[in-house]
Design a binder for this molecule. Structure first.
Ligand SMILES: Nc1ncnc2c1ncn2[C@@H]1O[C@H](COP(=O)(O)OP(=O)(O)OP(=O)(O)O)[C@@H](O)[C@H]1O
Length: 237
């Protein structure tokens, strides 16, 4: 369950109103141990990555396969501890991992109920949010279906819905729309636009150049460090 959210510390709204970053990562380093003895070695994936997410910003995280995008996102969410560096955030975090983390035997409704409890939402708010997510993402008819009987695309909708349930200040999405049909894909971007308008921050790992105009800013991960993508590398709109 912690794959999708963290509790809600006090004082989050004041910071968003002041326009201070909702998330700041500085000097993040992370290595993985690889191989078996005597060839065991550490592979440095992040070598001082920095990231700042401001209220109302939708930021794209790009980089070639294996550059460390998912690793950075896991560190931002707190699923992985960095070897060095700091990550701070304000308010609630929503996280949509690349591989859906769900309970096979629970229905979609039961997932929302469970996550609503974990977020300490009151049941009426949870129901309203759940209904809206079913409608927006188009999977109301699967409310009573168990996760192990869902198609890949519907599972992705549930994964995203759980990350959005509690209206998090910071939303971290790891390739969230890979399995979506075109209508859902467009509705996904409507949801993202709503979050921007509400002063929330969204970080999205994306491989699609055609989506780059939808971001306010693009951060590229290369050789373990983050770089702002220069405007001239962006496609014309
Ligand atoms: N748990 C792990 N143990 C060891 N190595 C790992 C682990 N997770 C990732 N790696 C390695 O770290 C590097 C970065 O992986 P990561 O998944 O963060 O990259 P990515 O940019 O998200 O890739 P992609 O675009 O293919 O999704 C890769 O070389 C990968 O093999």
């Amino acid at each position: 369950m912690t794959a999708h959210a963290t509790p809600h510390p006090a004082g989050h709204t004041a910071s968003a109103a002041a326009g201070r970053p909702l998330m700041t990562a500085s000097g993040v380093e992370k290595s993985y141990r690889r191989g078996i003895w005597p060839a065991r070695h550490a592979q440095a994936v992040l070598k001082g990555a920095n990231l700042e997410l401001l209220p109302g910003e939708v930021v794209g995280l790009v980089g070639e396969n294996g550059s460390g995008k998912s690793t950075l996102m896991k560190v931002l969410f707190g699923e992985l501890a960095p070897d060095a560096g700091t990550v701070e955030h304000v308010g609630r975090l929503g996280y949509c991992p690349q591989e859906p983390v769900v309970y096979e035997r629970l229905t979609c409704d039961e997932h929302f109920e469970l996550f609503g409890h974990a977020y300490r939402m009151n049941p009426a708010d949870e129901h309203t949010s759940r209904r809206r997510l079913y409608e927006t993402l188009g999977f109301t008819r699967y409310a009573g279906t168990r996760a192990d009987q869902l198609s890949g695309g519907t599972l992705s909708k549930l994964n995203l819905g759980l990350a959005l349930l509690a209206d998090p200040e910071v939303l971290l999405l790891d390739e969230p729309y890979a399995g979506f049909d075109f209508d859902t894909y467009l509705r996904f971007w409507d949801l993202v636009a709503e979050r921007r308008a509400a002063g929330r921050s969204v970080l999205i790992i994306s491989h699609f150049v055609v989506d780059e105009h939808r971001f306010d800013r693009i951060v590229q991960l290369h050789d373990g460090t983050t770089h702002d993508r220069p405007p001239h590398d962006r496609p014309s709109e």
